[in-house]
Design a binder for this molecule. Structure first.
Ligand code: C2E
Ligand code: MG
Ligand code: MG
Ligand code: MG
Length: 279
């Protein structure tokens, strides 16, 4: 490290840090540009009933760049978008775009639901439920066709606000799904109190349960607990036929993963009524 001194502060300079900073600045410009020029798009991944592989819903996943040339993955730009609050305008675009596409699908006779990811900052910004419900009404989407995916962190850090916003959405018919369950704080006692309809079990459990007995025991407990609490359960990240069969045998009813379909722009995805997909 090389210390650089000026009147105000001493900063430590290291080439790799500099590179990271420059990459972040570049990404930030791309994020700002994406909102201005709408150079972002949504990919949609099917959510299926495990028994018969019927597509029951889709999850909208944000992509930066042109459809033909995506530039970064959400794991790179979502944290940055949250730090810079750019997630607020981006998140609104995601909501309006996903609802608009859902309206088109429903008009063609599809019965899929649309799941939209919402970050903690969006939920903290007052007015999420107003915005969501206004947009739904504008495009003719019944709120009961929609799902909002949230992670545990928001519910634990801002329980009152999250609860009131999510409760409002649920009263209007929107379903709330708890994303990445099993990775965060995951106190099982929270499940009984949160205003949620389903849990989405994180894909780390799905990747390991066939080889790791303890993961399988926890997964089995999650499935039974969700059923006993009257909650739905969706397994994330199903990549193989063996995982599909194992989950089905454990009584898991819905799933999502590359085995059934990757996130794709809508023109190329599976959003036709009750189509069966997978091998
Ligand atoms: P998530 O909501 O848990 O979404 C599932 C992620 O797992 C997606 O990654 C999806 O491509 C990936 N995935 C699905 N099936 C499989 C599988 O079988 N194997 C593997 N290895 N991966 C699978 P993606 O699209 O990169 O998104 C990552 C995360 O970024 C999402 O996780 C979500 O938390 C966040 N995100 C994506 N779009 C949005 C958005 O519009 N708004 C907000 N706030 N967050 C978003
Ligand atoms: Mg999600
Ligand atoms: Mg998830
Ligand atoms: Mg996840």
């Amino acid at each position: 490290y090389e210390a650089k001194t000026n009147d105000q502060h001493i900063s430590f300079y290291h080439p790799s840090i500099d590179k990271k900073v420059r990459k972040n600045i570049h990404l930030r410009h791309q994020l700002e540009g994406a909102i201005q020029h709408e150079t972002m798009f949504l990919a949609y991944q099917p959510i299926v009933g495990l028994e018969d592989r019927t597509v029951v819903g889709m999850e909208a996943l944000l992509r930066l760049g042109a459809i033909t040339a995506p530039i970064a993955t959400p794991s790179e730009f979502i944290p940055l978008a949250e730090r810079t609050a750019l997630i607020l305008p981006i998140g609104r675009w995601v909501i309006s775009e996903a609802l608009r596409r859902l309206a088109e699908l429903r008009a063609k006779g599809s019965e899929v639901t649309m799941a939209i990811n919402v970050s903690p900052l969006q939920l903290k910004e007052s007015g999420l439920s107003d915005y969501f419900l206004t947009q739904a009404e504008r495009v003719g989407v019944d709120p009961s066709w929609t799902v909002i995916e949230v992670t545990e962190s928001i519910l634990i850090e801002h329980p009152e606000l999250a609860t009131s916003e999510l409760s409002r959405l649920r009263e209007a018919g929107v379903k709330v799904h708890l994303d990445d369950f099993g990775t965060g704080y995951s106190s099982m006692s929270w499940l009984a109190r949160l205003p949620i309809d389903s849990i989405k079990v994180d894909r780390s459990f799905i990747a390991d349960f066939l080889n790791d007995h303890r993961k399988a025991v926890v997964l089995d407990a999650m499935i039974r607990l969700s059923h006993d609490l009257g909650l739905g359960l969706i397994a994330e990240g199903i990549e193989t036929a063996e995982q599909h069969e194992g989950l089905l045998a454990m009584g898991c009813d819905q799933g999502q993963g590359f085995f059934f379909g990757r996130p794709e722009p809508l023109s190329r995805s599976f959003a036709v009524p009750a189509q069966r997909i997978g091998r």
